[in-house]
Design a protein around this ligand. Structure first.
Ligand SMILES: [Fe+2]
Length: 178
C-alpha cells in the first residue's frame, strides 16, 4: 500500500484508509488494484516484450475499463523502467523536475515501486507518495509534480490518457520546492 511522506514536517502517513483520506483531501485519486490478477511470471519482470505488455493490460482489463469509463480515459499503455533501461540515470534526472500537464496523470503500478512528488495545499506543501504494486494514483491536471523511482529502481506501470497527443510536461519553476 502507498505511504505518504510530508516534506515540510517529516510526517508519515500509512494504511489504506489514512492514505486515501489524505489524498482525497488533496484532490488526488487513489485506488488499490489486486495484483494477483497479474500472472506470476509478470509480477517481477521489468524487461517487457510487446506481448508481455498486452498481457498486463488484459490482466487488469476490468479495472482499466471501469476507471476509464468513470473518468473518460480513451487510451492506455504500459511503461517499464529498470537498470536495463538505456540511460536510466539521465532519464530520471529529466523526470525529477517539477512540472504540470493539462490533463491528469494516471499511473497504476503493476510491479516494482515508484514515487510521485506532489505539490499539496499551502498548509501541507510538497509530499511524496511512495507507491507499490497495485497502487493507482491520478495527479490532477495543472497540479505541479514529478515522478521518480525508489531505491529498487524498477517499475512497471499502466498509463491512462484522455488525449495522449496533448500529454506534454510544462516546467513549473517553484522557489518553494526543496
Ligand atoms: Fe508528469
Amino acid at each position: 500500500m502507498a505511504q505518504i511522506n510530508i516534506r515540510n514536517t517529516g510526517e508519515t502517513i500509512s494504511g489504506f484508509a489514512e492514505v486515501s483520506a489524505f489524498l482525497d483531501k488533496q484532490g488526488v485519486l487513489y485506488e488499490h488494484w489486486d495484483t494477483n490478477q497479474l500472472p506470476s511470471h509478470l509480477q517481477d519482470k521489468f524487461n517487457l516484450s510487446d506481448a508481455d505488455k498486452e498481457e498486463i493490460l488484459s490482466s487488469f482489463n476490468g479495472d482499466i475499463t471501469r476507471l476509464a469509463g468513470a473518468r473518460g480515459y480513451v487510451k492506455w499503455d504500459v511503461i517499464a523502467l529498470s537498470d536495463s533501461t538505456p540511460d536510466l540515470d539521465a532519464l530520471l534526472k529529466k523526470f525529477e523536475q517539477v512540472h504540470t500537464h493539462t490533463e491528469d496523470e494516471v499511473r497504476a503500478i503493476a510491479a516494482g515501486s515508484g514515487i510521485f512528488v506532489i505539490k499539496g495545499s499551502d498548509d501541507v506543501g510538497y509530499f511524496d507518495v511512495v507507491l507499490e504494486a497495485g497502487d493507482v494514483i491520478s495527479v490532477p491536471e495543472n497540479n505541479p509534480h514529478f515522478f521518480t523511482l525508489t531505491s529498487e529502481r524498477k517499475v512497471v506501470a499502466v498509463r491512462l490518457f484522455i488525449d495522449p497527443s496533448g500529454w506534454v510536461a510544462h516546467p513549473f519553476a517553484d522557489p518553494a520546492f526543496s
